[in-house]
Design a protein around this ligand. Structure first.
Ligand code: MIG
Length: 683
């Protein structure tokens, strides 16, 4: 460990972001590895940010940036840290919902990491302008820059977690299958969805409630006609081993007499305009005020708002729209109307007419609007939002987690958020936003996951089946096959898209069988998750982390190391009944069809074409390692601690350290941390 170091360099006067838990003294000497220079505004001659740059050799590989489009290796594109409600995750997009400003640089004789703790806009030109150069520009110019050095990619990743703190621990039931859909609007509908799952023996642990459960989309309310007795309904669901997981949006409806608005106003908990009046913008409930999550008192107030739902027995939430997403502000909309009315006087100006489209499109989450409002820190300092924009969702997560802790400090609650920033990984998980029912978005998830883990976000997942657009049966099947391994295994889809619950399809039995594999693997997945979380490790890793000396492995983009034993390689192409897989060492393939139906094939290091029928998917186990496979179960409560088969290659030595705790206590109790199983299986 001797060679591991983290150095902090301070520029200007940065805001405390809560990203870092290890407070290091700032260095004064020369910055290693990078060139740092001020960005000069050519017009005014004044400084407007800082540029960091470094040269890249052709072999250099870049990992990091968490939730971004494109590859595991981030080289060859540009990205912008600017949290955005982006509805289309195409490969030209520079920003999604989160900013995870960590980058690891790995090449011959070269290994270091950089982390910019800066919640403003940052551009990452990673070989875009020039293939051999990385240029990173912080617009704020006020930031802490960290340079991380270590002996391996894995060691640097661990160092980064020492710096930023331990990852969030979800309850064990959160590893169950979760069904979600924008549109479930009543108890009756949810009862029916649960009933269908139970009828078909499709395992299920949770149902997400989207904005439809609320009274006119107002946070912390529920429609009394559709949910007449929430507490009784929660209890009924619990008896069915189902957890209800309601959504909470960032904006608070600006409606007189609506309690969260009234109490928030009294507490001074909302973001303000320059003159001190409340900033307002429209989102789902209409005009809203926006909680000032950067303020401790406002966070405490917001956390308290969850109480009625917690008291009704709810133990999981998802936080949405927290980039924050703004449909429009009145000012911006009025300007667009003015422009349109002006345009109406010039019917012959076709170009102007055409441009109206973009004028109206530009009303949503307009950069100008993010410059209109202010936060107030605990020290009373006012900060304009755009300088700390990327913190908003992360601090909402912090507020929510604080609310949970105040309600019951002994209990683990499920929480996942759409928007995030490093630091939020200590308080919750994330889902990776509005993907589409596209084959390419399967692969995108495989590429995002390890970088999310690298940045600390272990509990995450994508919308299985795809959020937008109409799924096809085979795509959902392949999505579920990936989902088997994701900590958050959630089927979610948008309003007005094709019904996407497993029981809607002719292949319901096949899909059910796929989900049974998940439940058989929960003891393993939960163990590996907990080990990763408690040792500051990663559950999913690019192959380069485990095989840095194997240049082939370092270039693999569509396979992932999973836990201490495994590798996954999902099929991401329609009508492909198989795929090429690179094995960086000898491995045993488990070709699953269900928890009890699979074949075992031992394969040697190298390239293989693996045949995988639509209902088949592989898990590769490293030689000399073993994984426990339990029995199928219909909910996590019935996943037991025994009856495993131990699957691995060499039968003489069969051991696996199972992590067992009660799965719900805030401070995990290691009941039987080392459970050595000795039931040989394999060949
Ligand atoms: O403007 O609550 O990403 O999962 O279903 C869309 C409705 C708002 C966006 C989330 C999505 C959710 C949807 N929300």
């Amino acid at each position: 460990m001797g060679k591991n170091t983290i150095r902090r360099y301070r520029f200007g006067n940065p805001t405390d972001t809560d990203a870092v838990v290890l407070k290091l003294p700032a260095e004064t000497g020369e910055i290693p590895r990078l060139k740092a220079e001020p960005v000069i505004d050519p017009e005014t001659g004044s400084e407007k940010g800082i540029r960091f740059s470094f040269g890249m050799d052709p072999e250099d590989i870049l990992f990091g940036l968490g939730e971004t489009v494109r590859g595991q290796n981030k080289r060859g594109h540009r990205y912008t840290a600017w949290n955005t409600d982006e509805v289309s995750h195409t490969e030209d997009k520079q920003s999604l919902y989160a900013s995870h400003n960590l980058l690891l640089i790995f090449g011959p004789g070269k290994l270091f990491g950089i982390f910019l703790d800066d919640p403003g806009r940052i551009t990452w030109d990673l070989g875009y302008t020039r293939q051999d150069q990385a240029v990173i520009v912080s617009e704020n110019g006020d930031l802490d820059l960290y340079i991380l050095e270590g002996e391996s990619l894995t060691e640097i990743a661990r160092e980064f977690r020492h710096l930023t703190g331990r990852s969030y621990l979800p309850p064990r039931w959160a590893f169950g299958y979760i069904q979600s859909r924008w549109g479930y609007a009543s108890e009756e509908e949810i009862r029916q969805v649960v009933g269908e799952h139970r009828k078909w023996h499709i395992p299920l642990d949770g149902i997400c409630m989207d904005i439809d459960y609320m009274e006119r989309f107002r946070d912390f309310t529920w429609r009394k006609d559709a949910f007449p007795d929430m507490k009784a309904f929660v209890r009924e669901m619990q008896e069915n081993h189902i957890h209800l997981i309601p959504i909470i949006d960032a904006g608070i409806a600006r409606v007189e007499g609506y309690e969260p608005y009234e109490t928030g106003r009294e507490r001074g908990a909302f973001c303000t305009l320059e003159d001190g009046s409340a900033f307002e913008a429209a989102v789902w409930p209409g005009l809203c005020c926006f909680p000032d999550f950067l303020n401790g008192d406002a966070r405490e107030w917001f956390g308290e708002q969850y109480r009625p739902l917690l008291e009704a027995g709810i133990d999981g939430f998802w936080n949405d729209m927290n980039e924050p997403s703004l449909f429009y502000t009145k000012e911006r909309l009025n300007k667009a109307f003015e422009k349109a009315m002006e345009q109406q006087k010039h019917p012959e100006d076709y170009e102007g007419m055409w441009n109206l489209k973009s004028v109206f499109n530009g009303v949503e989450s307009n950069p100008e609007d993010y410059r209109l409002f202010y936060h107030r820190t605990d020290d009373g300092e006012r900060i304009r939002h755009d300088r700390v924009h990327n913190l908003y969702g992360a601090q909402m997560t912090r507020a929510t987690a604080g609310g949970f802790r105040a309600f019951d400090p002994e209990h683990r609650f499920l929480l996942f958020s759409r928007s995030s920033y490093v630091g939020a990984h200590r308080n919750g998980g994330v889902w990776m936003g509005d993907n589409r029912s596209w084959w390419s978005h399967l692969e995108l998830a495989v590429q995002m996951l390890p970088n999310m883990n690298l940045c600390g976000f272990l509990y995450c997942g994508c919308d299985l089946g795809g959020f937008a657009g109409d799924v096809t049966e085979d795509l959902l099947e392949r999505f579920l096959q990936l989902g088997v391994f994701l900590p958050l295994m959630r089927n979610h889809s948008a309003l007005y898209t094709r019904d996407q619950e497993v029981y809607r399809f002719s292949t319901v039995e096949t899909m059910r069988n796929t989900i049974t594999v998940r439940y058989a693997l929960i003891p393993y997945l939960y163990s590996e998750f907990m080990k990763a979380a408690l040792t500051d490790g990663m559950l999913f890793r690019p192959l380069a982390f485990d095989y840095p000396a194997d240049p082939r492995a370092c270039r693999v983009e569509d396979q992932l190391m999973l836990g201490g034993e495994c590798m996954i390689a999902p099929v991401c192409r329609q009508n492909a009944w198989g795929r090429y897989v690179y094995l960086p060492e000898d491995m045993l393939m488990i070709r699953f069809r269900s928890a009890s139906d699979y074949d075992l094939v031992s394969l040697e290091k190298g390239d293989h074409y693996i045949e995988l029928k639509p209902e088949e998917f592989p898990l590769f186990v490293k030689r000399g390692r073993f994984i426990p496979l339990g029995a199928a179960a219909e909910y996590t409560d019935s996943v037991t601690g025994d009856g495993f088969r131990l699957i691995g290659w060499d039968a003489e030595k069969t051991e696996y350290a199972l992590y067992a705790d009660d799965g719900i206590s805030a401070t995990p109790v290691y009941e039987e941390h080392l459970k050595i199983l000795r039931e040989g299986f394999g060949q």
